[in-house]
Design a protein around this ligand. Structure first.
Ligand SMILES: [Zn+2]
Length: 307
């Protein structure tokens, strides 16, 4: 009798903890908030998302924290931006997370940059003396909303692979995401259309994809080398160029200290515009769509008043 009770308890326990109930959600951890936002649009109620980097943080230089290890340990899927954006901290976390499902080569490991056409792939050798140069190209591709279509498809394919039962819902969500992005893209292009060919300066190469998509021309960066403070010589040469070419806008990520941009702005009369570079970078940049609403509204406002 005792043995039978034990067997029943054991089978209930096995049922509770080993079968996958229909309400189970995929636990998705992303490195950046834009990937989490797009994953949420496609995954809906079938997934839970958590981004390691917050929108107001510098994704190049994160300090690995124990809480990240816990999140990665429990993840069914890891999605990261790639092109070595997270090279300084993600490999350490992957080793420490003790989760074989999300290791490279496993189905739960997704490099979101796989199908992205990278800009600024350096020619020749890359070494540390060049600063934090990304050898596979510029990793800030999330700031071209056209890349949102590619990211949504890649993420949708992966969710369907891991959770084939709900693939038809992922497909429906993908279709409505694409439809909304198409409409928003037309609106954003329209808002930016008066500023085609406008020359600007940026602090870091955050804005290369964005500028290419919306017709701005980045003539130089405040930082001479990525991740390294600019020299006085570089700043004075840049100041001269900006005065000569009447460049009145400096864009920078809002987590970057604006002291160097301010030095240049004081001498050139340019406006320094700190902007979110990820979802959550400001309270109004709530998702991938409102991120661009925010950025474009602010840029067009400054360019309008400069012209
Ligand atoms: Zn960068």
């Amino acid at each position: 009798m005792k043995k039978n009770v034990f067997v029943s308890i054991l089978s209930v326990w096995i049922f509770l903890f080993t079968t996958v109930p229909s309400w189970a959600t995929l636990n998705v951890v992303t490195t950046t908030p834009d990937l989490a936002s797009i994953a949420k649009e496609i995954g809906g109620t079938f997934i839970q998302t958590d981004s390691l980097v917050k929108g107001y943080q510098d994704a190049h230089f994160m300090q690995p924290k124990p809480s990240y290890l816990v999140k990665m340990n429990r993840a069914d899927l890891l999605i990261y931006q790639g092109l070595e954006l997270e090279i300084g901290w993600l490999p350490v976390l992957l080793n420490g997370a003790r989760n074989p499902d999300i290791r490279p080569g496993q189905p739960g490991h997704l490099n979101a940059s796989d199908r992205i056409a990278a800009l600024e792939i350096p020619k020749g050798e890359v070494d540390r003396s060049m600063g934090d140069v990304h050898p596979y190209g510029n990793p800030h591709y999330n700031l071209d909303p056209e890349n949102g279509f590619i990211l949504a498809r890649v993420i949708g394919d992966k969710l369907s692979e891991l959770d084939p039962e709900n693939a038809s819902q992922y497909k429906l969500n993908l279709d409505s995401f694409n439809k909304k992005l198409q409409e928003k893209l037309a609106q954003w292009k329209n808002q930016m259309s008066p500023f085609q060919g406008k020359e600007i300066v940026t602090y870091h190469k955050h804005w290369s994809y964005f500028s290419k998509r919306f017709g701005l021309s980045v003539i130089d960066t405040i930082e001479l080398k990525p991740g390294v403070s600019p020299s006085v010589k570089h700043l004075s040469a840049l100041t001269e160029t900006m005065i000569r070419q009447k460049i009145k806008l400096i864009l920078q990520a809002n987590y970057i200290d604006s002291k160097f941009s301010n030095i240049v702005a004081e001498k050139t009369g340019a406006t320094v515009l700190p902007l979110p570079v990820f979802v959550g970078g400001t309270p109004d940049a709530k998702d991938y769509f409102s991120l661009f609403d925010t950025i474009i509204e602010k840029i067009s406002h400054v360019l309008q008043s400069n012209s």
